[in-house]
Write a new protein. Structure first.
Length: 141
């Protein structure tokens, strides 16, 4: 089994909504992804948020240099089953933004990004471990 590190973020706008990304327009995820070779966690988190949502890096305000949290899970397949060939350690940072412009993902695999009310996030997230992690940090948002 391959072990990988991923980084991303929970981004809140100035009215408390949270930014999610989607590949297929139906299942939503926190913007996150694999680190490039020799890339630091925070740099990867900002890059992945930008690639998957189109939110400019210059518009991301970091709340703390330490991750909001870390959790682990297997990779997920398109059919929502677990792919046990890869086990991920996912580091999530907290960001805020006052950005009000359009969101157009840079990564062509991602169809769209959208702001959602905090209370709706768990119901939208696809992977059970993503849901569990979000519930564990919701009081810090």
């Amino acid at each position: 089994m391959r072990k990988t590190d991923s980084a991303g973020g929970i981004v809140l706008n100035n009215i408390g909504k949270i930014l999610l990304a989607t590949k297929d327009g139906m299942s939503w995820m926190l913007p996150k992804g694999h680190l490039d070779k020799n890339e630091e966690l925070l740099t990867a988190a900002k890059r992945e948020i930008w690639e998957e949502t189109g939110l400019p890096i210059s518009e991301m305000k970091l709340e703390s240099r330490e991750p909001l949290g870390m959790y682990q899970r297997h990779k997920i397949r398109k059919d929502n089953s677990q792919d046990i060939s890869e086990f991920k350690s996912i580091y999530i940072f907290k960001f805020t933004t006052g950005y009000t412009g359009d969101l157009e993902p840079v990564d062509l695999q991602h169809k769209t990004a959208q702001w959602f009310d905090k209370e709706k996030i768990v119901g939208l997230l696809r992977h059970p471990e993503d849901k569990k992690f979000f519930n564990s940090v919701i009081d810090k948002l």
